[in-house]
Design a protein around this ligand. Structure first.
Ligand code: XMP
Length: 507
């Protein structure tokens, strides 16, 4: 039976991270809403439950709760932050609001408890309320200057609470806490690894698809590639992939994508040349959201037409991954940008079912799985590239001339990053056609030409990013090469904006 940990989501900002940490510790985990019914929590197997942090105060009206029957299942429970306070409330402890919020790196004193083996003395705190008296049957097992009960345990009932956030990297060796909880306290095998999922996923795909046809859109990105290779292994040439060249790709990208998929991975793939179609639709359009909408809609039209030509498919393959599933199940924050991922094709375009083999995996797991099924390393570790492509990196209206300048400068930038060995340390790096023109001087002559923006960021999830500190000599070479080699560019600027307040893409 598979070991499975349920992470009950009480609304904290680090909750996906908790589910990832559990998987990194070798146990399959699911993040599900706090008010999920007991049957869903129990599922086919249940090894442990983790209660997450959250923004509420446990005594507040409407504070989030869960089905307290989980505490009678005899399954170990770990409460984190709000989760700990919730445990305290349910079992009759006392919680009080502190005058000063305990926030940031905090020194902690641990008692000699297996939960804390290997941790450092600095943890990450972020709370107003804290437990002031542990419930009956519990004992305090850690304290800080502001928080006498920074962790507690009821060994009898196997209930544990920690006030700090072990899931964030700011907690020294925080990952050890999850390993200790799962191995020492829950006595689990911890043998889950995404790279071993191949056979199981292939069996599931075969059972779902039978001898029907599957059609999928391949973007060249990691998720759609891994999903396609899996389905291809499962049902062979029952899968047809469609690759839409919308003309908004990087230099040589369409050819490279076709070469890898067709020659290296032996996929049954059709390239559709829709370059003129997209450019025509985009002509004169300046507003970023309009551009995204046009590209998204046109993509669907092209895909629809091509799949009809193939006689229709019974199943649509999508590269949906777990964060998409989690986020679509919650009321998400305001729309900053509408993302038209090819993974977001609407269901109502004539397919009877969806095949989503990666829907329970996080991005790093998709990568591990991808490598284990023989997808080339460079493809698996490709930097993310947005569905609307270069259109959202040309500020203002999109023309072929601007795209050419952008492609050329982007190629040089990528080549220099690769040559300087920085490629895997940087999350995304690309150039932007700013549309601005400025005056310069080249070979004694006045120039009045375009300004190219250079963008490079570090991140682990694209939610927050830092601009990358590329060494000056590398920046110098990039600037000299772009100005020297790309006609109509006479100035290069480096974007030093983090996210927030900026976003990664300029549009
Ligand atoms: P922003 O610019 O919002 O981007 O900080 C976050 C991440 O998402 C990518 N991105 C997109 N991906 N379709 C996609 O598939 C889109 O419309 C889209 N817009 C942005 C962006 O490259 C970054 O990785």
């Amino acid at each position: 039976m598979r070991e499975r940990v349920v992470v009950l989501d009480f609304g904290g900002q680090y909750n996906q991270l908790i589910a990832r940490r559990v998987r990194e510790a070798g146990v399959y985990s699911e993040l599900i809403p706090h008010d999920a019914p007991l049957s869903r929590i129990q599922g086919e197997s249940l090894s442990a439950i983790i209660l997450t942090g959250g923004p509420d105060s446990v005594y507040a009206e409407g504070a989030k709760t869960c089905d307290n029957a989980i505490f009678s299942l005899g399954i170990p429970v770990l409460g984190i932050c709000y989760g700990m306070q919730y445990l305290a409330k349910v079992f009759g402890g006392e919680i009080a609001s502190a005058e000063i919020r305990e926030y940031g790196h905090t020194n902690i004193r641990f008692s000699d408890h297996p939960l804390f083996r290997g941790l450092g003395s600095a943890v990450w705190m972020n709370h107003n309320d804290s437990v002031t008296k542990e419930p009956k049957g519990f004992s305090s097992i850690a304290s800080t200057a502001a928080c006498p009960v920074a962790a507690f345990a009821d060994e009898e009932r196997k209930l544990y609470g920690i006030q700090f956030h072990a899931e964030v990297t700011h907690t020294e060796n925080g990952q050890r806490l999850f390993e200790n909880f799962l191995k020492q306290i829950c006595a689990l095998r911890c043998d889950y690894s995404a790279s071993n999922l191949k056979d199981e996923l292939i069996a599931q795909i075969r059972a779902q698809v039978g001898n029907k046809r599957v059609i999928g859109a391949l973007s060249g990105g990691v998720d759609s590639s891994v999903a396609s290779v899996l389905v291809h292994e499962a049902v062979g040439d029952q899968l047809t992939c469609i690759f839409v060249d919308h003309g908004l790709l990087r230099e040589n990208e369409a050819d490279e994508v076709m070469r890898v998929y067709h020659d290296t991975l032996s996929l049954n793939i059709i390239k559709v040349d829709a370059r003129q179609r997209f450019l025509k639709k985009l002509a004169g359009v300046v507003e970023p959201e309009r551009k995204r909408k046009i590209i998204g809609e046109e993509f669907i039209r092209v895909f629809e037409e091509e799949s009809k030509k193939l006689g229709g498919g019974e199943f649509l393959l999508q590269g949906t991954i777990y964060p998409d599933v989690i986020e679509s199940g919650t009321s998400s924050a305001s729309t900053i940008k509408s993302h038209h991922n090819v993974g977001g094709l609407p269901k109502d375009i004539g397919f009877t079912g969806l095949v989503e083999p990666l829907r329970m995996l996080f991005k790093d797991e998709v990568r591990a799985l991808g490598e284990s099924i023989g997808i080339p390393h460079e493809l698996v570790w490709r930097q993310p590239f947005p569905g609307p492509g270069l259109a959202i990196r040309v500020l203002g209206d999109v023309t072929e001339e601007k795209l050419q300048i952008l492609r050329r400068s982007d190629f040089i930038f990528r080549e220099e990053i690769k040559n300087s060995g920085l490629a895997e340390a940087i999350w995304q790096y690309f150039t932007v056609f700013t549309g601005m023109r400025s005056v310069g001087v080249m070979g004694d002559l006045r120039t009045y030409d375009y300004v190219i923006g250079v963008r490079a960021v570090t991140s682990t999830d694209a939610m927050t990013v830092e601009w990358a500190e590329i060494p000056y000599p590398v920046l110098r070479r990039i600037s000299e090469r772009i100005i020297g080699e790309v006609p109509h560019v006479n100035r290069v600027v480096y974007d030093i904006t983090s996210k927030p307040p900026g976003t990664i893409e300029w549009e």
